[in-house]
Design a protein around this ligand. Structure first.
Ligand code: ADP
Ligand code: MG
Length: 323
């Protein structure tokens, strides 16, 4: 079977936050070390993602907007990686078909960049443009031609909050990238991009939160758990600030949540949850590839090693912090 046929077709574009997630992930894949995200009106009327990544060659621009035309997967063998990382060549095609899209890009090896406009999937402009190395996407009027989808958008406030959540997760999972986030002309987040998780946490959650963190660094059964957990007395009444990443990709991980609760039994009050930013490094084979890339919840072929690693990582961290 052709690679494209093997890839489950899915709805990539649900709301502004899903567009931002796809565009920023592309910037990360392009090797960007600095990314700026700007939105207006919750992203519904305006979204911009600029990066200093590799840029797109002139001849590669049109193909990038063809469905399943990913440049990132060449072999069926890579399908595990597709399912895990979300490479499936759908994002640009999908976004372009339901918005006014503007692309300004220049590959490092090119002299002159390109400006490309698509409206509702139809090309309206392709011209040379003077611009720096890297890529800028501007998306205007999301779903302007799909009233049925437009109707399902929430208030600008709610859509904007969803975008902010996506940005927070990306900032926390990629401390090596300098991320700037502008919302309705206000600078709301700026990470240093110095590669230090603590500095990214500081930028996202502020000084008070960062002061009370306990470092975690533990390997068990092929799962390397690193990051920070809040001290037991700073537990919160919900799990909103429990952040889990698998191989630096944000996920909802029930096994890890359960492991933290179990490890904190007796030290954290019933009904309270410690905050955390934990990355789980593990082989891709251990992650269930049947999970759709746009879905956040991750399931494992065998969740025991994940549970055990997080459990012992947190137990050990808490013990060390008491010394
Ligand atoms: P995928 O990311 O799954 O390959 P997309 O539709 O998201 O599919 O992107 C299509 C292609 O466009 C990518 O494979 C990549 O070659 C190119 N591309 C998209 N965004 C960028 C970017 N910010 N910088 C460089 N290339 C990009
Ligand atoms: Mg992509």
């Amino acid at each position: 079977k052709h690679v494209a046929e093997l890839i489950a077709a899915g709805e990539v574009v649900e709301r502004p936050s899903s567009v931002i997630k796809e565009l920023v992930e592309n910037s990360i894949d392009a090797g960007a070390t600095a990314i700026t995200v700007e939105i207006k009106n919750g992203g519904v009327t305006f979204m911009r993602v600029s990066d200093n990544g590799c840029g797109i060659l002139k001849e590669d621009i049109r193909p990038a907007f063809i469905r399943h035309a990913t440049s990132k997967v060449k072999e069926e063998d890579d399908l595990d990686a597709i399912a895990t990382l979300g490479f499936r060549g759908e994002a640009l095609a999908s976004v372009a078909s339901v918005s006014h899209l503007e692309l300004i890009t220049k590959a490092r090896e090119e002299e002159i960049g390109t400006r490309y406009l698509i409206e509702g999937g139809e090309e309206v402009l392709f011209e040379d443009a003077g611009c720096p190395d890297g890529t800028t996407f501007i998306i205007r009027d999301l779903f302007y031609n799909v009233p049925a989808r437009m109707k399902f958008l929430k208030t600008d406030m709610a859509e904007g909050n969803a975008v902010s959540n996506v940005i927070d997760k990306i900032a926390l999972s990629h401390p090596e990238i300098a991320l700037t986030y502008i919302k309705d002309s206000k600078n709301v987040l700026r990470t240093a991009g110095d590669g230090k998780l603590l500095s990214a946490i500081y930028a996202v959650y502020g000084r008070d939160f960062t002061r009370k963190l306990i470092p975690v660094d533990y390997t068990l059964g092929g799962v390397h758990v690193t990051g920070f957990i809040s001290s037991p007395e700073n537990a919160r009444p919900n799990r909103n600030m429990q952040n889990f990443f698998i191989n630096h990709r944000f996920v909802i991980c029930k096994a890890a949540m359960a492991a933290i609760s179990e490890a904190c039994k007796g030290t954290v009050m019933v009904g309270k949850f410690p905050s955390c930013v934990l990355n789980l490094d593990m082989s891709f084979n251990a992650v269930d590839v049947n999970v759709h890339p746009t879905k956040l919840e991750v399931r494992f072929v065998n969740e025991r090693p994940v549970f055990d690693a997080v459990y012992h990582a947190v137990k050990t961290a808490l013990m060390n912090s008491e010394k």
